[in-house]
Design a protein around this ligand. Structure first.
Ligand SMILES: C[S@@+](CC[C@H](N)C(=O)[O-])C[C@H]1O[C@@H](n2cnc3c(N)ncnc32)[C@H](O)[C@@H]1O
Length: 193
C-alpha cells in the first residue's frame, strides 16, 4: 500500500510504485480538471492519478501492462489493457500521461521496465503519444504530459509545437538529479490566428 494525500493505493508486484513523478502529475491534475471534462489517462499504473481525477470528473484509463490493469481495477479504476490509444473510442476533453521517460540502452525485461524505459533518448513512447493524441481530443481538448530534464523538455516542447500544439509548462519540481515538468498541450485555436 502507498498513501498520498487522502488516498491509499494497492500496488501489486510488477506495477510502478507511485513516486515523485506520479505525485507531481496528481498536483497538476487537481489544478486542471473541470467537472464537465471527459478524461482519459494513458498508462494508469496503480491508478493513483485516475483515482484523484475520479473524485472530480469522469475518467477511463489504459495501460499496456496486465499487472497494472489488474492493480488499477482493484483500486477502483475503469481501465482497459491497451498500447497507448489502441481500441479507445471517442474523444476526450483531457488526456493525461505520465510516460516511461528515462533514456535507456538496455532491452526491456519485464513489465516494471516498461514503466520507465523511454528508449535511447527517453522520448520513444512520448513521441508515439504525441503523434496520436490529436485524434482523441475534442475541439478545445488538451493534454497533460509528464517529462524530465533527462528526456529533454525543450525538444519535447518543440515537437509539440511542430505538431500544431501550444506547449506550456504548468508545473515543475527540481530534484537532485533531474527536473520533472508537467507540460500542457492544446491545439492552436484556428479562429484566433
Ligand atoms: C511512469 S509509470 C506511471 C504510472 C502511473 N500513472 C503513476 O503515475 O504512478 C508509466 C506507466 O505507463 C505504462 N505504459 C508504458 N508504455 C505504455 C503504452 N505504450 N501504452 C499504455 N501504457 C503504457 C506502464 O505500464 C506504466 O504503468
Amino acid at each position: 500500500m502507498i498513501r498520498y494525500r487522502n488516498k491509499e493505493m494497492l500496488v501489486l508486484p510488477g506495477v510502478y510504485t507511485p513516486a515523485e513523478d506520479s505525485f507531481l502529475m496528481v498536483e497538476a491534475v487537481l489544478k486542471e480538471v473541470r467537472p464537465s471534462d471527459r478524461v482519459l489517462e494513458i498508462g494508469a499504473g496503480s491508478g493513483i492519478v485516475s483515482a484523484f481525477i475520479k473524485d472530480r470528473a469522469s475518467v477511463i484509463a489504459t495501460d499496456i501492462s496486465p499487472c497494472a490493469v489488474k492493480c488499477a481495477k482493484l483500486n477502483g479504476i475503469d481501465v482497459i489493457r491497451a498500447n497507448l490509444f489502441d481500441g479507445v473510442k471517442g474523444k476526450f476533453d483531457l488526456v493525461v500521461f505520465d510516460p516511461p521517460y528515462l533514456p535507456s540502452e538496455e532491452r526491456v525485461g519485464d513489465w516494471l521496465d516498461v514503466a520507465w524505459d523511454g528508449g535511447k533518448d527517453g522520448q520513444a513512447v512520448i513521441n508515439r503519444f504525441l503523434h496520436q493524441v490529436k485524434d482523441h481530443l475534442t475541439e478545445n481538448g488538451r493534454f497533460l504530459l509528464l517529462t524530465s530534464s533527462l528526456s529533454g523538455v525543450e525538444a519535447i516542447m518543440k515537437k509539440m509545437t511542430s505538431l500544431g500544439f501550444i506547449a506550456e509548462e504548468v508545473l515543475s519540481e527540481r530534484y537532485f538529479f533531474e527536473r520533472l515538468v508537467v507540460l500542457r498541450g492544446r491545439m492552436v485555436n484556428k479562429s484566433r490566428r
